[in-house]
Design a protein around this ligand. Structure first.
Ligand SMILES: Cc1cc2nc3c(=O)[nH]c(=O)nc-3n(C[C@H](O)[C@H](O)[C@H](O)COP(=O)(O)O)c2cc1C
Length: 202
């Protein structure tokens, strides 16, 4: 089992990056056989998507290809989405344009919203509304919202009751995601899916 973990903040030293690395560490504990690929868009930014990619322009394709290969090799994905101005950061929206290339095709996705204060629900809603359409990612019904992120998921020991309950919720959601990862392998192997004729959702 391989997981792709995407941190959607533009900031190189972001809290979302911290959360992504915490999740990678938890996955290694929960399932020692599994591996994770972490893409931190604050540390490894993608260029703005443009249509030269359709002509195979190496300027853009050479950057995207190795990322796409890692995603295509994954069985499930986790999207750490900070709330910026009530929205998902532009880097993450841009990422989903690149990721419409089939690398997430009928794979399960877990959304993790992040807020420095008490919000964090808007990125969950925003990703559920549209980002699945051409990527064909299958968001599971569980999601996690990391509120007061500065006080959460720091180190191995929970710092508060809220931190402890968040960690439990995250472990539970990751366990559910793992089951969907196994189940959706069967869907992809079923022979029913037809990306050639239906590459874009309606
Ligand atoms: C441009 C910008 C806008 C933000 N807007 C919101 C917001 O609408 N709601 C919120 O809860 N936090 C907001 N924040 C604070 C983030 O929740 C905070 O930076 C948190 O650490 C997650 O972002 P990070 O992963 O970049 O660190 C904003 C932060 C930035 C940089």
């Amino acid at each position: 089992m391989k997981y792709a973990i995407v941190s959607g903040s533009h900031r190189p030293q972001s809290q979302s990056g911290k959360v992504a690395r915490y999740i990678a560490a938890r996955l290694a504990v929960l399932n020692p056989q599994a591996s994770s690929y972490v893409l931190d868009l604050g540390k490894t930014p993608l260029p703005l998507w443009d249509e030269s990619i359709w002509q195979g322009d190496p300027k853009i394709l050479d950057i995207w290809k190795p990322v796409s290969a890692e995603l295509a090799d994954s069985d499930a994905a986790i999207f750490v989405a900070p709330e910026w101005g009530g929205m998902v950061p532009a880097a993450l929206k841009n990422f989903f344009l690149f990721a419409s290339d089939g690398s997430f095709y009928h794979k399960p996705g877990l959304i993790v919203g992040v807020s420095a204060s008490r919000n964090g629900a808007y990125p969950v809603a925003e990703l559920r509304v549209s980002s699945y359409k051409n990527t064909h990612i299958q968001y599971i019904s569980e999601h996690v919202i990391v509120r007061q992120v500065g006080d959460a998921l720091n180190g191995d020991i929970p710092q508060s009751d809220d931190d402890a309950s968040l960690r439990k919720r995250l472990d539970y959601s990751l366990s559910v995601l793992a089951e969907y990862a196994g189940a959706l392998q069967q869907v992809r192997a079923s022979g029913v899916l037809n990306r050639k004729d239906y590459p874009f959702g309606m």
